[in-house]
Write a protein that binds this ligand. Structure first.
Ligand SMILES: Cc1cc2nc3c(=O)[nH]c(=O)nc-3n(C[C@H](O)[C@H](O)[C@H](O)COP(=O)(O)O)c2cc1C
Length: 180
């Protein structure tokens, strides 16, 4: 008997405004196969997401995708990690009960001896409140733009925001983490 793997289609549609905060010293860790299916997660991951490890292993990582997250963020992430570059970014994740938790995320590819991507690893820690306060309204603009004009529309908005602030995506993320 093969068990059905969970994906974002199985996540609750009942989104609630209930935030869970990560502790200062917590690290949420997961590994996926090359398609983003979870192959490892640590205990704090199961605690924050509200799923058991057996529900998570084999599930696509988009199970915890929150509707407030712009598609653009994941496009940026996948474009980088598929090219063996590191991704840093802020992610609002969806818990099983419909609540949410913010994280500062790092994702990178794991390579075999021949340099072939065999899996991906992600490490997340608490995002500073000041970073969340800055990024949440930007994500809202991007999500709204995507509803009307897709990812091209949100990319335009992000690029003009970066230009107006004379910064790059990488610089913005790092400065927000430093609380600048
Ligand atoms: C190692 C790794 C960790 C990821 N962690 C998350 C995460 O915590 N939350 C999330 O929404 N997506 C995460 N993703 C991205 C998902 O694979 C997916 O691209 C995203 O949820 C959007 O899914 P969708 O395009 O099917 O809506 C991760 C991907 C990888 C490779």
């Amino acid at each position: 008997m093969s068990l059905k793997k969970l994906s974002k289609l199985d996540a609750t549609k009942n989104i609630i405004n209930k935030e869970t905060k990560l502790s200062e010293n917590d690290f949420i860790i997961s590994k996926t196969d090359t398609k983003g299916n979870i192959i490892y997660c640590n205990e704090i991951f199961t605690k924050m997401a509200g799923y058991s490890a057996s529900e998570l292993i084999g599930a696509n990582h988009n199970l915890i995708r929150h509707p407030d997250m712009p598609r653009l963020a994941f496009k940026v992430a996948w474009d980088l990690i598929k090219n063996k570059k590191e991704f840093f970014g802020y992610v609002k994740n969806l818990s099983k009960d419909g609540g949410f938790y913010w994280v500062f995320t790092y994702i990178t590819a794991d390579l075999d001896l021949n340099g072939k991507i065999i899996s991906y690893t992600s490490v997340r820690r608490k995002a500073p409140q000041s970073a969340i306060d800055t990024i949440a309204p930007i994500y809202k603009l991007l999500v709204d733009a995507e509803k009307k004009g897709g990812i091209d529309a949100s990319a335009k908005i992000l690029n003009s925001y970066l230009q107006e602030n004379d910064t790059t995506y990488e610089e913005l993320v790092i400065n927000l983490q430093k609380g600048v």
